[in-house]
Design a protein around this ligand. Structure first.
Ligand SMILES: C[S@@+](CC[C@H](N)C(=O)[O-])C[C@H]1O[C@@H](n2cnc3c(N)ncnc32)[C@H](O)[C@@H]1O
Length: 206
């Protein structure tokens, strides 16, 4: 961690930086649209985790889908947003915590999802390695990050992740180094500008 700040200070800073995203025009619609894309990836009755779930918009299409019930686990460090996510997704388990400290049982998750959150993590590789173990062997990671991105005090990890260039080679290598093989990707743009959507599978060893 190339800073003199503690993990708690780094995370608190990100909470402040992310507090205004719902004022971005089109943000809500874009988040819901990604949630519908997520729904299409989830098997019946599957378990889904959303890292940095914010106000829970990504889960909304899954909650609305009803039967058979899915097991939804949202992880959000900002208390106010976690509370909104709970209200929006009755039945989902919304954990108000730092994703860096999350531990999930191995081989328990069908789809790990994250939209516009990994660029805020000071150690995105650590969270990816945890998710790689938590996913079932046929599970999937659906990851959306700004692309190409630029480092600022909000997007602290895009240099580490290799998302600063228009060429995804370094990003895919970062994913491989942290437990994932990319199966498909799409460069697109939504309310927050250019982004990349990646579907990857966990590398299972031993
Ligand atoms: C730009 S918002 C995206 C929210 C949501 N994924 C969506 O698409 O609407 C990023 C979210 O990540 C959360 N976040 C940032 N760092 C986090 C951390 N270390 N652990 C958990 N959540 C975090 C922020 O509080 C914020 O709600």
């Amino acid at each position: 961690m190339p800073t003199d700040k503690t993990p708690e200070e780094l995370v608190a800073h990100q909470v402040r930086m992310c507090s205004l995203e719902d004022r971005v025009a089109g943000w809500r619609e874009a988040a819901l649209a990604c949630g519908r894309q997520l729904l299409a990836l989830v098997p019946e009755g599957g378990t889904v985790v959303d890292i940095g779930c914010g106000a829970g918009l990504g889960f909304k299409p899954l909650s609305d889908a009803g039967h058979p019930p899915l097991r939804l686990i949202g992880v959000e460090v900002a208390a106010e947003k976690a509370a909104i996510a709970r209200e929006l997704n009755a039945g989902a388990l919304i954990l108000q915590m730092d994703a860096h400290t999350l531990e999930l049982p191995h081989n328990s998750v069908d789809v790990a999802y994250s939209r516009h959150a990994f660029e805020h993590l000071y150690d995105p590789g650590k969270v990816l390695r945890m998710l790689s173990k938590a996913l079932k062997p046929d599970g999937k990671l659906f990851l959306i990050v700004p692309f190409p991105d630029h480092v600022d005090e909000c997007h602290v990890s895009c240099e580490i992740m290799g998302t600063t260039s228009d060429d995804p080679t370094r990003f895919f290598q970062f994913l491989a180094d942290n437990g994932f093989d990319v199966q498909s990707h799409e460069k697109t743009s939504d309310a927050l500008g250019a982004e990349i959507r990646v579907i990857a599978t966990p590398r299972k060893t031993g």
